[in-house]
Design a protein around this ligand. Structure first.
Ligand code: FMN
Length: 362
């Protein structure tokens, strides 16, 4: 039986334990999306996790709609990320970059551009912008030229990630962003070979993975999905059949690992329209599965121990506990997180959560 503290290979990545830090947007990179020393300190503090998945990182100006989130398209951004990857590596850790195109969830007030998606649709609810929350605007449907350009942007971001010292990348295919907008029939109404039947809706994801894998080697590539939660208006009529097709394609492409944001019960992520898809994917996909959402350490032990997943990724508990791995290993109490500082900018609620030793010394 495997345990949380057994090592794990995810393709070329050699993890010393199976507690992964989930991707967490923290909005500290400024308007130009350039990582800095503060971010290096934050990630360095969390280097004892088996693997850090970076906060979602824009592949292009067009694809980034979250105020003060980082990017990976400019030289300054690559240089900024070098501070972060060095801080993590100096402390013995590993880190991959989560590559992000938000599609219709990009507001022009943040990108300065018209949003693009699988189809001409408008996301529900409101966008975070520099001028407060604003209703989303209608995206235009991507042309084939757009798709070639965007796939190229993913490849460039992956190349930049390696240049910045990342150990690999994770394509963000979850939470209703661009890849998800192509996968699901609730947002993809295309009539060309990127829409319609499931096998065509997986084509964009497949193009992105081929381009990224072809650029940096598929053994350094993973992808994240959120198959069974409400995803910013992006849902599917037949999620099990869709994610079975996804699993088959990932197997053909030899993608070594996936992360599934797949809560078992109604949770922070809201309603759960369908059952977990991971059991069905497990039968068709031989890579590793990292499972996420609303796990505490008891759940994490149980799911990995029972073979439902190979590793667990943890989000909010990592925000409040830089030494979460040690606290889980020793069964020590956890710091409470403060959600008002998730996206507030600055050091407060970011790099000032105490480790066990610091808490004891205080
Ligand atoms: C502050 C915050 C920022 C997040 N940012 C991202 C992100 O950048 N990319 C992503 O895929 N998910 C993001 N998520 C979702 C988390 O990765 C994770 O799926 C969620 O918090 C549930 O896991 P948990 O219960 O362990 O926190 C974010 C969640 C929170 C609370």
């Amino acid at each position: 039986m495997v345990a949380l503290f057994d090592p794990l290979m995810l393709g070329a990545l050699d993890l010393p334990n199976r507690i992964v830090m989930a991707p967490l947007t923290r909005a500290r990179a400024g308007r130009e999306g350039v990582p800095n020393e503060l971010m290096a300190a934050y990630y360095g503090q969390r280097a004892s996790s088996g693997l850090i998945i970076s906060e979602a990182t824009g592949i292009s100006r067009e694809g980034l709609g979250w105020p003060n989130a980082p990017g990976l398209w400019s030289e300054a951004q690559v240089d900024g990320w070098k501070l972060v990857t060095k801080a993590v590596h100096d402390r013995g850790g590993r880190i991959v970059a989560q590559l992000w195109h938000m599609g219709r969830l990009v507001h022009p007030l943040v990108s300065g551009m018209e949003p693009v998606s699988s189809s001409a649709t408008t996301a529900p609810d409101y966008a975070h912008t520099y001028e407060g929350k604003k209703p989303y605007v209608e995206a235009r449907a991507a042309t084939h030229d757009d798709l070639r350009r965007i796939v190229g942007d993913y490849a460039r971001a992956a190349r930049n990630a390696i240049a910045a010292g990342f150990d690999g990348v994770q394509v963000h295919g979850a939470n209703g962003y661009l890849v998800d907008q192509f996968l699901r029939d609730g947002a993809n109404f295309r009539t060309d070979d990127y829409g319609g039947p499931i096998d065509q809706r997986v084509r964009f994801m497949s193009d992105v993975l081929e381009a990224v894998g072809g650029t940096i080697g598929m053994d350094r590539v993973g992808i994240r999905f959120s198959p069974n939660i409400y995803s910013q208006g992006v849902e599917d009529t037949y999620p099990i059949a869709l994610f079975e097709a996804v699993a088959r394609r990932l197997e053909e492409l030899k993608v070594p690992w996936i992360e599934l944001r797949e809560p078992r019960h109604p949770t922070s992520a809201g309603a759960i329209p369908t059952e977990p898809v991971s059991p069905a994917m497990r039968l068709l996909y031989s890579g590793s599965i990292v499972i996420n959402s609303d796990y505490d350490w008891a759940d994490a032990w149980e799911r990995v121990g029972a073979g439902h997943a190979d590793a667990v990724s943890i989000g909010r508990l990592f925000i409040a506990n830089p030494d979460l791995v040690k606290r889980i290993a020793l069964g020590f109490p956890l710091n409470e997180g403060d959600s008002s500082t998730y996206y507030s900018g600055g050091a407060s609620g970011y790099v000032d959560y105490p480790t066990l030793e610091e808490a004891r010394a205080a």
